[in-house]
Ligand binder design. Structure first.
Ligand code: AMP
Length: 214
C-alpha cells in the first residue's frame, strides 16, 4: 500500500527540511505548495501575480487555487507510489479536498511542535539560496561564504515573507486557520506528535524510525 505523508506544524518548525529528507529516504516526491507557488510567482503568469500579493502579506492563497495545483501535481506518474506533502493541507476545506483525491493511499501525519518565539527567531534569521532553496540561518547555521550559498555559490536572500512583521502575521493565520486541522488529524490513526526543538538530525531519526515501522 503506498503512503501519503502529511507534514503539519507552524511556519519555521522545520517541516520543509524534514519533508525533503523523508521524501528522499522513501524515494517519493516532495510536494511543497509554498515552493510551487513561489515558482508560479517567478514565472509571473496570472496565478503568480495573484498568489504573490497573499504570500507577501503572510495570508493564505485561496483554497481552490492551491487545491488545483496539488491535484495536478499528485496526478503525475512519479507520485503514484506516494508522496510527502509539505505545507498542504492548511485549512479544513483543503483537508476535505485531499481526502477526496487520496484514492488508494494510506495517510500518515506528523505535527512538529515549536514555541512561537523560537519560530520568529528561526524565520527572521533564515536566508534562502536563490538557485536551489538551500536554507541557512544568520546565527544558527551561517553560510561559510557570507551572503553566498556555500553549496552552489548562488546569492542568499531573505524570503519577502520572512521579515518579522509578516512572520507574526503568518503565525496568527496558522493559529486561526491551520491549528484546528491539527486536531482533525490528531483524532485519526497514524498521527504522530513530534518535538521540534531538537537538531534536524535528531528529528529525522525519529521520523525515519516511525515511517520504517509503519
Ligand atoms: P510556506 O513556504 O509553506 O511557508 O508557504 C509560503 C506561503 O505560500 C504561505 O504563507 C501562503 O501564502 C502560501 N501557501 C503555501 N501553502 C499554502 C496552502 N496550502 N494554502 C494556502 N496558501 C498556501
Amino acid at each position: 500500500m503506498s503512503r501519503v505523508i502529511v507534514m503539519l506544524g507552524p511556519p519555521g518548525c522545520g517541516k520543509g527540511t524534514q519533508a525533503k529528507k523523508l521524501a528522499s529516504h522513501l524515494n517519493v516526491p516532495h510536494i511543497s505548495t509554498g515552493d510551487m507557488l513561489r515558482e508560479a510567482v517567478a514565472r509571473g503568469g496570472e496565478l503568480g501575480v495573484k498568489a504573490k500579493a497573499s504570500m507577501d502579506a503572510g495570508v493564505l492563497v485561496a483554497d481552490r487555487v492551491v487545491d488545483a495545483i496539488v491535484q495536478e501535481r499528485v496526478a503525475q506518474a512519479d507520485a503514484c507510489n506516494g508522496y510527502v506533502l509539505d505545507g498542504y493541507p492548511r485549512t479544513m476545506k483543503q483537508a476535505e479536498f485531499l481526502q477526496r483525491i487520496l484514492d488508494k493511499h494510506d495517510l500518515v501525519s506528523f505535527n512538529i511542535q515549536v514555541e512561537d518565539e523560537e519560530l520568529v527567531r528561526r524565520l527572521s534569521g533564515r536566508r534562502t539560496c536563490t538557485a536551489a532553496g538551500h536554507i541557512f540561518h544568520l546565527q544558527f547555521n551561517p553560510s561559510t561564504r557570507g551572503n553566498v550559498c556555500d553549496k552552489d555559490g548562488s546569492p542568499l536572500i531573505q524570503r519577502p515573507d520572512d521579515g518579522e512583521e509578516v512572520v507574526r502575521k503568518r503565525l496568527s493565520v496558522y493559529y486561526k486557520d491551520t491549528a484546528p486541522l491539527v486536531e482533525h488529524f490528531r483524532s485519526r490513526p497514524r498521527f504522530h506528535q513530534i518535538a521540534g526543538n531538537r537538531s534536524p538530525e535528531e528529528i529525522f531519526k525519529e521520523l525515519q524510525s516511525i515511517v520504517d515501522q509503519e
